[in-house]
Design a protein. Structure first.
Ligand code: FMN
Length: 184
């Protein structure tokens, strides 16, 4: 099983990119092949019907949907912006919603978040579930939210606490089983 994994932040030292890397490692440990992407590969201008009508889908959108179609499942580590989904990620979802077929449909998905706050970005993930489920992704019920990321990740992007590492390992194991069942 191949899993497309990415952190949904354009920031170079993104905590969510680091968390995506940790999740990718755990998914591989549990037998998945991982396609670890950088979010800048999927950069897209704000959705505009006129842009679509005159020039078609932007290259970043086409690259994303190609990579997602080529994967059996996906894992996203997303920041929480203003209690919700970052505009850049929602914009990418909106673009892909206009494609036929929609690349998200039928894909098992794992949602993670890292935030500098004590809530860990969990509210953003609940908001993210809405458009992804609307597009037919099969999201795993459990999610992983990392609070106080400036303290719970070290400079190398590793957890500073073994309990979190074990929690992510357990979740990755359970998700691979779930995705295997859905895709086989
Ligand atoms: C526009 C904006 C809105 C934010 N809103 C929230 C928020 O609602 N909740 C939260 O926990 N953190 C919020 N943050 C702080 C982010 O958790 C923090 O910037 C984090 O580092 C972003 O993830 P990244 O490191 O992967 O880029 C916000 C940051 C920005 C720039």
């Amino acid at each position: 099983m191949k899993v497309l994994v990415f952190g949904a932040s354009l920031r170079v030292r993104s905590y969510n990119a680091a968390l995506a890397g940790l999740a990718a490692r755990e998914l591989e440990t549990n037998g998945a092949a991982v396609d670890l992407a950088g979010f800048s590969e999927f950069d897209a201008p704000p959705y505009n019907q006129d842009t679509l009508d005159t020039g078609g889908f932007p290259p970043g959108v086409l690259a994303f949907s190609r990579r997602l179609r080529d994967a059996d499942a996906l894992a996203i580590a997303s920041p929480e912006y203003t209690f919700s989904v970052p505009g850049t990620l929602k914009n990418l979802i909106d673009w892909t919603s206009q494609q036929d077929p929609v690349a998200w449909t039928g894909k098992p998905g794992l949602l993670l978040s890292a935030s500098v706050s004590s809530v860990g970005g969990q509210r953003g993930l609940w908001a993210l579930r809405v458009p992804l489920e609307a597009l037919g992704a099969h999201l795993y019920p459990d999610m992983f939210s990392l609070p106080n990321a400036d303290e719970t990740l070290d400079r190398a992007g590793e957890f500073t606490d073994a309990a979190r590492s074990e929690a992510l390992a357990d979740l990755a194991r359970a998700f691979v089983r779930f995705a295997d069942r859905l895709t086989s």
